[in-house]
Design a protein around this ligand. Structure first.
Ligand code: 6PG
Length: 232
C-alpha cells in the first residue's frame, strides 16, 4: 500500500483533477471507471468542480456508487445522493444508469442487502469475489469515522459483509455503509479533508491510531491518497 499526502490551497480543483485522472486511467485500462462517492459537506465543492472539468468524461462507462448514505429519502436535505445529484449528476448530465443509489428510504437492513447484492452481481460479471472499486472517496469525521463506520459501532467489526446497516448511537439513527472488507479491496482510496478538520486528528489517523476508524483503511492491494485542504 503506497500512501501519498497532498496538501493544497486549491483543494476542490486538485481533488477534482485527481478524480478525472483516475477516471481516464481506469477507462484506458479496463474500459470502465468504478467510483464510490463520499458524503457530508466536504465533497460538494469538489463535485461542483468535477461537473465542470469532467463534463466530457465517458460517464456512460463510469459506475458511480456511494460509500455510505443516511437513512432518509433521496430528496431529504441530509441525503448524500441529493447533495451529489445537485452538485454533480445534474450539472454534468450524468445518465441515471451510471448511478447506483442506496435506497435510504426503505428498511435499512433491506437497503443494505439490496445494495450489496447489486455489487455482488457486478463483481460476478467480472469474475471477482469482491467488487473492486477503482476509487473510493472518503471523508473524515471529527471523531475519526469514515464512511459511516463510527467509533464504537458494530460496523467496525464486520469482516464478511460488504454493505451493512450500521446503527449510530450518537445520532440515534441507522446509516448504510461500506464495510472495511469492501473499502480495503479498492485499487485506490482518496481521503478528502478540508480545513475544518484538526491537524491533530489528521496526524493521529496518518500515524495509524487504532482508536480512529479511519486508521483501519488499509487497502490490501491498493493505494491511499490524502488530499488535505490548506487555508488560503
Ligand atoms: C457522511 C459521510 C461521512 C463524512 C464525514 C465528514 O455521510 O456524512 O460519508 O463519512 O465524510 O462525516 O463530513 P463533513 O465533510 O461534512 O465534515
Amino acid at each position: 500500500m503506497d500512501r501519498e499526502v497532498i496538501r493544497t490551497r486549491n483543494f476542490a480543483s486538485d481533488a477534482a483533477n485527481f478524480i478525472v485522472d483516475q477516471a481516464h486511467k481506469a477507462v484506458a485500462e479496463r474500459n470502465e471507471f468504478r467510483i464510490a462517492l463520499s458524503g457530508g459537506n466536504t465533497p460538494r465543492p469538489i463535485y461542483e468542480r468535477l461537473a465542470i472539468i469532467g463534463r466530457d468524461l465517458p460517464w456512460e462507462s463510469i459506475r458511480i456508487a456511494f460509500g455510505d448514505e443516511r437513512c432518509v429519502p433521496p430528496d431529504d436535505s441530509q441525503s448524500n445522493f441529493r447533495m451529489a445529484r445537485e452538485a454533480l449528476f445534474i450539472p454534468a448530465a450524468i445518465p441515471e444508469k451510471s448511478i447506483m443509489r442506496m435506497r435510504g428510504e426503505i428498511d435499512p437492513q433491506m437497503a443494505a442487502q439490496e445494495y450489496e447484492n447489486q455489487l455482488e452481481l457486478l463483481a460476478a460479471q467480472r469474475g471477482e469475489q469482491i467488487y473492486r472499486h477503482d476509487l473510493i472517496l472518503l471523508g473524515l469525521g471529527d471523531d475519526g469515522h469514515t464512511a459511516s463506520l463510527f467509533p464504537g459501532t458494530a460496523g467496525l467489526e464486520e469482516t464478511t459483509r460488504r454493505v451493512i446497516a450500521n446503527f449510530v448511537p450518537k445520532f440515534s439513527s441507522w446509516r448504510l455503509t461500506f464495510t472495511f472488507p469492501l473499502i480495503n479491496h479498492a485499487r485506490q482510496i482518496c481521503f478528502l479533508v478540508n480545513t475544518t478538520k484538526s491537524a491533530e486528528l489528521i496526524e493521529r489517523v496518518l500515524r495509524g491510531d487504532p482508536q480512529l476508524p479511519a486508521s483501519r483503511v488499509e487497502p490490501t492491494a491498493g493505494d491511499v491518497t490524502w488530499i488535505l485542504g490548506l487555508s488560503s
